[in-house]
Design a protein around this ligand. Structure first.
Ligand SMILES: C[S@@+](CC[C@H](N)C(=O)[O-])C[C@H]1O[C@@H](n2cnc3c(N)ncnc32)[C@H](O)[C@@H]1O
Length: 347
């Protein structure tokens, strides 16, 4: 699957342009056209104009956290405790139900390509590694003993521990926003499908920067904000679906250089990106100097260990789970369309 590569921070409005088919995306875009944008480390907010200004929370140059959720975007599962319980149940069926419909092996391998896992001796951390599906892609290129899987869900990690190719990996519980690795530790930071649950994604990306060695590379894979109104509604109720511009901005603010974004998605979507979840992206950046990120943030706001008010937690959890159900129907609907609509035509 060929992908669109974007370099730097500028002029990403082109991605929001409407196409003749109204999808905000053309099939030819998805299948190989390559666009380049000027590289720059200046604040992306001043360079990027969003077409969904009123709906998308922005990291302004003065903000120190990206954790705010406007009332139009309650994101009920973008909280650590809710995500913990979500995966308490989802872990039971995750490998059988979630990945085949949302995150396929060929997508994974395409998405990991920009990580440049070129040496078996590289030290790699897989953050939000869950049941180890993405780690299985990593250990094709890197010795398992050099790979650490970190996740806040012991239930997801229990599934990873059962996998034979991962038996030599280090498997630890931890928080993506507060990694238990020393500064300048790893050659590669990988995180797939986890940022959408982080209450403060900018903090997680700042941590990615900190734990990498000089010249190390972060590869963060995640969904994109849907443009189809119903998918956008359910996405905003469920969790964080960042825009492509936000990914670039978070990486740039954390201090990464050579920030690039590669679009990914399953073949049966034929390039349609309006539903957001699995039509996502793989964002990479290189650490240009050793030490911590130049970005200063205030204290962490949420901890999975913190007790919650059950009267607030429960309704939030139930509404979030209901919204998530929409995204089990979308891939089936798109698959059926792919079967019915003649090949070569837009769906
Ligand atoms: C969709 S799963 C992705 C799992 C795996 N990376 C894969 O590719 O299949 C998201 C994972 O992120 C984990 N997660 C969510 N918030 C986290 C946090 N703050 N710190 C660490 N892991 C987190 C969840 O527990 C879950 O296992």
């Amino acid at each position: 699957m060929a992908s669109l590569m974007l370099s730097g921070t500028g002029k990403l409005t082109v991605l929001n342009n409407r196409t003749p088919n109204g999808l905000g995306f053309t099939t030819s875009d998805f299948h190989g056209k390559s666009l380049s944008f000027p590289k720059s480390s200046i604040n992306a907010t001043s360079r990027v104009s969003y077409s969904r200004t009123s709906l998308v929370p922005k990291c302004s140059s003065s903000s120190v956290s990206s954790s705010s959720r406007p009332s139009s975007q309650p994101r009920f599962i973008q909280h650590k405790k809710e995500a913990y319980w979500f995966y308490r149940f989802l872990s039971i069926v995750y490998d059988h139900v979630v990945n085949p419909g949302h995150w396929t092996e060929d997508m994974r391998d395409e998405a990991l390509e920009p990580a440049e896992l070129t040496d078996r001796n590289m030290l790699v951390v897989d953050v939000g590694g869950g049941t180890g599906f993405t780690t299985l892609g990593i250990v094709k290129h890197v010795d398992a003993k050099n790979v650490t899987i970190l996740d806040q869900s012991p239930h997801q990690l229990a599934k990873a521990k059962e996998k034979e190719p991962l038996k030599d990996c280090k498997i630890i519980e931890g928080d993506a926003e507060d990694l238990p690795f020393k500064t300048d530790y790893a050659d590669r930071y990988v995180s797939a499908g986890s940022i959408e649950y982080w209450p403060d994604p900018q903090r997680g990306i700042k941590e990615a920067y900190r734990v990498l060695k000089l010249g190390g590379k972060a590869c963060l894979i995640g969904p994109v904000h849907p443009t189809f109104w119903l998918s956008r509604f359910f996405a905003d109720v469920w969790m964080l679906f960042p825009t492509e511009e936000e990914y670039i901005e978070w990486f740039t603010k954390a201090g990464f250089k050579n920030v690039q974004l590669k679009r990914i998605g399953p073949k049966w979507y034929r390039g349609v990106r309006r539903h957001g979840l699995i039509m996502g992206c793989s964002v990479t950046g290189v650490k240009p100097a050793s030490g911590d990120s130049p970005l200063q943030l205030g204290p962490k706001e949420e901890d999975v260990e913190k007790p919650v008010d059950p009267f607030v937690f429960l309704p939030r959890f139930i509404l979030g789970v209901l919204a998530a159900a929409w995204f089990t129907l979308v891939p089936i609907y798109m698959w059926l369309k792919d079967q019915i609509v003649p090949k070569g035509q837009p769906i």
